[in-house]
Design a protein around this ligand. Structure first.
Ligand code: FE2
Length: 366
C-alpha cells in the first residue's frame, strides 16, 4: 500500500496580519477590549520605512496590525478597496522554501519568493502565496528564533495593564468567495495545499426564510488548520455572503474563530469591555436541553450572554459571533469552546443567520 506523505506539514497558525487604517489605535482596541498584550513593533524606528506594525499576543493567538505610511503602498490600496481586514493567514512550517516550492509546483500563484531575515536572536525564513481575493498565505519557518516576533521587529510593551480574557488559539478561519467560486477554492486547498474536504453544507442546511449560503470545510492533514469556504446561494433576499462581498469588494476572510476554555468567562469579559455580539431570541433557550441533552453549563448563564450550543457525535460546543469589528459589515470573530465536538455548530446556523439578517435589514442591505 502506498503511504502518502503530507507535502505541506503545518504546525499551526503562526499569526494573522490585518491591514488597518490606524494600527496604533487598533492595537489599543485589541489590548483593552480583547485583552491582548503588545509584544513587538516594526516601523521607521526599526528600519521599516513604509509601514508600522504592532504584534499582539494572547496565549497562542498572535495578531499583527499593520498600517501603511504612504498612499502609494500596496497596503494603502488594500485598505482603500477593502477597508480594515485580514491580509495574511500565516502558517507555521518547518521549511518555508519547500512549502513554497511544493504549493507553487501544484499551481499556487506566488506572492513572494522565500527569503531569510536574521538578527541577534536568530533567523526566520518567509515565503508567500496567494489565496482567495487579495488574501495571502505566508509560510513562516522560525528556526528556533528567540526574539519577540521576527527580525526587523523590536520588543515593545504597552504602558497599559491588560487583562487576558481567555482567548487561546485560532480554531478556524472562514473565507467568503463569490457566487460559483466555492468549489474552485476547495479544489485549490485540496490540490495545491493537500487539504481534505471535511464537511459540506448545502443551502438546504443553511437557508433561512430569506437568504442562503453554501459552505465546505477543508482541513490539513493533522487537523490543526481548518478553513470553511462560503459562497452565496440564491434566496428570497440578499445573502449575507453577498453583503460581505459587496462591502469588502471581493472575496476575503469573513470570520476568525477563536478558542476559549471558558466561554462564559470570556464572553462576559468581552461584553463588559463593550464588544457587541449577535442576539438570538429567548425562545432559542426554551428547548435547548431537549435539543442538545445534558451540558455542564447553566442555561440561564448562557441565555444571559446569548451563547449558543450544538451537539455532534463526539460531544458539544458553545459558540457566539461578534458583530462586525469595522464599520463595513465585513470581518467578525467567533468565540468557540469545544467540549468534544469537532463540527461547526450546524444546529445554530438558522438562529445565527436570522440574527445576521436582522442586522442586515437595519443596514438596509437585506
Ligand atoms: Fe465559524
Amino acid at each position: 500500500m502506498e503511504v502518502k506523505t503530507d507535502f505541506l506539514p503545518l504546525k499551526g497558525t503562526d499569526h494573522i496580519e490585518f491591514y488597518v487604517g490606524n494600527a496604533k489605535q487598533a492595537a489599543y482596541f485589541y489590548q483593552s477590549a480583547f485583552g491582548f498584550e503588545l509584544v513587538a513593533y516594526a516601523g521607521p524606528e526599526t528600519g521599516v520605512k513604509d509601514r508600522a506594525s504592532y504584534v499582539l499576543q494572547q496565549e497562542k493567538l498572535r495578531f499583527v496590525l499593520t498600517t501603511p505610511l504612504y498612499p502609494e503602498s500596496e497596503a494603502a490600496a488594500h485598505i482603500h478597496k477593502h477597508g480594515d481586514g485580514v491580509k495574511t493567514i500565516a502558517l507555521w512550517v518547518d521549511d518555508a522554501k519547500k512549502s513554497f516550492e511544493e504549493t507553487v509546483k501544484r499551481g499556487a500563484k506566488p506572492a513572494f519568493e522565500p527569503y531569510t531575515i536574521s538578527d541577534a536572536d536568530g533567523s526566520v525564513t518567509l515565503s508567500g502565496i496567494h489565496t482567495y481575493g487579495d488574501t495571502l498565505h505566508v509560510f513562516v519557518e522560525r528556526n528556533a528564533y528567540k526574539g519577540a516576533f521576527m527580525p526587523n521587529f523590536k520588543p515593545m510593551k504597552s504602558g497599559m495593564k491588560t487583562t487576558p480574557v481567555g482567548l487561546k488559539y485560532v480554531d478556524h478561519c472562514v473565507g467568503n468567495v463569490e457566487l460559483g467560486e466555492m468549489n474552485k477554492w476547495v479544489k485549490f486547498y485540496e490540490e495545491v495545499m493537500g487539504f481534505k474536504l471535511l464537511i459540506t453544507f448545502d443551502d438546504e442546511d443553511i437557508s433561512t426564510e430569506y437568504s442562503a449560503l453554501m459552505s465546505k470545510v477543508v482541513s490539513n492533514g493533522n487537523g490543526y488548520i481548518k478553513f470553511p469556504i462560503n459562497e452565496p446561494a440564491k434566496g428570497k433576499k440578499k445573502s449575507q455572503i453577498e453583503e460581505y462581498i459587496d462591502f469588502y469588494r471581493g472575496a476575503g476572510v469573513q470570520h476568525v474563530a477563536i478558542a476559549t476554555d471558558n466561554i462564559i468567562h470570556t464572553v462576559g469579559e468581552l461584553r463588559n469591555r463593550g464588544i457587541d455580539f449577535l442576539v438570538v431570541p429567548d425562545t432559542y433557550y426554551e428547548d435547548l436541553k431537549t435539543r442538545v441533552g445534558a451540558i455542564d453549563e447553566d442555561v440561564e448563564a448562557l441565555k444571559k450572554l446569548n451563547v449558543l450550543v450544538d451537539r455532534d457525535d463526539e460531544g458539544y460546543l458553545l459558540q457566539i459571533f461578534t458583530k462586525p469589528l469595522e464599520d463595513r459589515p465585513t470581518l467578525f470573530f467567533e468565540i468557540i469552546q469545544r467540549k468534544g465536538a469537532v463540527s461547526f455548530g450546524k444546529g445554530n446556523f438558522k438562529a445565527l443567520f436570522e440574527s445576521i439578517e436582522r442586522e442586515q435589514a437595519l443596514r438596509g442591505n437585506l
